[in-house]
Ligand binder design. Sequence first.
Ligand SMILES: C[S@@+](CC[C@H](N)C(=O)[O-])C[C@H]1O[C@@H](n2cnc3c(N)ncnc32)[C@H](O)[C@@H]1O
Length: 267
Amino acid sequence: MTTYKEEIKKHIRDNYGNIALKGLPCCGSSCCCNNEQLESDSLDINDLSTELGYSVNDLSEVPSGANLGLGCGNPIAIAKLKEGETVLDLGSGGGFDCFLARQQVGENGFVIGVDMTVEMIELSRNNAEKAGYHNVEFRLGEIENLPVDDESVDVIISNCVVNLSVDKERVFDESFRVLKHGGRLSISDILATAQLPEHIKEDLAMYAGCVSGAEHTENIAAMLAKSGFSLIKLTPKDNSREILTSWAEGKDIENYVASYIIEAQKE
Ligand SMILES: C[S@@+](CC[C@H](N)C(=O)[O-])C[C@H]1O[C@@H](n2cnc3c(N)ncnc32)[C@H](O)[C@@H]1O
């Protein structure tokens, strides 16, 4: 018998598989739209991305088709990546943030993207191949069971993915396992700022749309601490309300969730 968690996961895979196959920019204002929203491509994806914190330069330097407009912030902007570092992207989608990271860590560094949706992995691998990149690799897998060695990564980035996980404690345990001592976490994600109403929590489309699975800020901080992280810092994005208002118009989601930057360290 399929459990509710398995049903959610299947819905997420189907949603992002379709997005990858269509190769279309996601919905109006960003993250994780459903198929209905996919049909509406009235807003320019570059405008959406600059609203999230990417520069015009960032947008021109990645292979076309890598930026699907699925993020809710810019984890690279706060990750302070250095030449030679190994970076892991949780839920790498079309590879957008991985391609920006690979430029910053250079040929002596390495970037690994992990995603559980086969079509996304194919898309990101195609994008890397097209561009002839050698310091980036995409692995099919779940962020709750990372296909990555212990203590092998300097920095973990992620953009609008952890909210989608049905087992966030496990995601942070796994992140702690693969980070080297001194390694850090720089994640952009949707967090809950108030108790979500039941009708939102139970809406599968809104789960895949990065809303219903959002965990409260206090719980996220507690989970990170329990996994062993220190220097935990959660910062709301200045323009979070504007970004979120357009995701699900009329549903008031901006009163329950917000876009945050999550930072933490493994000492
Ligand atoms: C909202 S999109 C973000 C993609 C990318 N980070 C970006 O900003 O363009 C979420 C991605 O995470 C992947 N994903 C969702 N849950 C996952 C999980 N538990 N394990 C691995 N990948 C997951 C989806 O397949 C999808 O590609």
